[in-house]
Design a protein around this ligand. Structure first.
Ligand SMILES: [Zn+2]
Ligand SMILES: [Zn+2]
Length: 351
């Protein structure tokens, strides 16, 4: 097999040829059909997250070992199964749930492997989809995607699932309430694609890029704010008659966006922090108590949630977010574009 590997943080990826492994036990070998390039691939490639105040959290300290084949948004076709992997068949085209766990703890046995304390995530701790083949430890991580194209389906494994799980943490919302989505990148667009299936609340989208906001308005009936041109706090307050938003999901989550989000929250409001752009949020403790606020994080989502999401996409025939397909050779260039915010929707590579 031929894989594009991260051998050194911050350096160009390298092609490595190795023997294609044979699946044992419950393992399944798949030929990669499509693999999404996620913003977190950029963090892995760079080797750190910005924590604010010039502090960094290093990827190597989190147990990521190089060389690594990145890529955790993978659709593949089963080519070989281990003797115990009865639930998978040669020729099946499947989306891989990448948040692989220990398969033994209370989270793993209830389809919430993303919360496992011994994670083995694909493309992070195990070799992922920047390759022609990928091996997974158990057939339970395969999700059927009948009727969906591989390049449209792959990003549900991370961007779609992350957006969906974050939205669910803010529900229920009534139709006279207002939700704010900060960031119209891959995650934000995924949230816009599915949000109307979860609530009739009004939705306001904030971004700094008019192109991305234009795509947002094509996905649904959303009010948009370009925060480079208008003060988002003022606009949200005006749009809600001075009440503020009931729920805010921040897919950027830097100091500026998190501060704006906090100040827009109305009484009983919920703020969900998702983005990994770095920085710190400072707030007055009494305000959180007096306004009965909920501030929480959300990271990826469970296998059961991924199945739910795919079912919604299939049954409601949801319009896909824009997808640009590239050859895997272009991965370095795509990561550079992701860093500059130049990808509208999702970049997907094919081997
Ligand atoms: Zn576990
Ligand atoms: Zn991701």
């Amino acid at each position: 097999m031929k894989s594009l590997k991260l051998a050194e943080f911050g350096k160009p990826l390298q092609w490595v040829e190795s023997e294609t492994p044979k699946p044992k036990g419950n393992e399944v070998l798949l030929k990669v059909d499509a693999c999404g390039v996620c913003h977190s691939d950029l963090h892995i490639w760079e080797g750190y997250y910005e924590l604010g105040d010039d502090e960094r959290m290093y990827i190597a300290d989190r147990g990521v070992n190089l060389p690594l084949t990145m890529g955790h948004e993978v659709v593949g076709t089963v080519v070989e199964t281990g003797p115990d992997a009865k639930g998978a068949q040669k020729g099946d085209r499947r989306l891989i749930y990448p948040w692989i766990g220990c398969n033994d703890c209370k989270y793993c046995i209830t389809d919430r492997m993303h919360m496992c304390l011994s994670p083995g995530s694909l493309g992070v701790f195990k070799d992922g989809g920047y390759s022609d083949f990928v091996m997974i430890p158990h057939e339970q991580y395969l999700v059927a995607i009948d009727g969906l194209k591989p390049e449209n389906a792959c990003s549900y494994a991370c961007a779609g699932l992350t957006a969906y799980s974050a939205l669910k943490k803010m529900m229920p919302l009534d139709k006279d309430e207002t939700m704010v989505i900060i960031g119209a990148g891959g995650l934000g667009l995924m949230a816009m694609q599915v949000v109307k299936e979860l609530t009739a609340a009004a939705v306001i989208v904030i971004d700094v890029d008019d192109n991305k906001l234009n795509v947002a308005t094509q996905l649904g009936d959303f009010m948009t704010i370009n925060s480079r041109k208008e003060n988002p706090l003022e606009v949200v307050m005006n749009a809600t008659n001075g009440k503020g938003a009931s729920a805010i999901v921040d897919f950027v989550n830097n100091e500026a966006t998190a501060t704006a989000a906090f100040n827009m929250l109305q009484k009983n409001g919920t703020m969900v922090m998702v983005g990994l752009f770095g920085g710190k949020l400072t707030f007055s403790n009494p305000v959180v108590a007096l306004k009965n606020l909920t501030i929480r994080g959300s990271y990826t989502g469970g296998l059961a949630e991924l199945r739910e999401l795919i079912e919604i996409v299939q049954n409601k025939k949801l319009k896909s977010i824009p997808v640009q397909t590239y050859s895997l050779d272009a991965a370095d260039d795509i990561l550079a574009k992701v860093k500059k915010g130049e990808i509208t929707g999702r970049a997907v590579v094919t081997p």
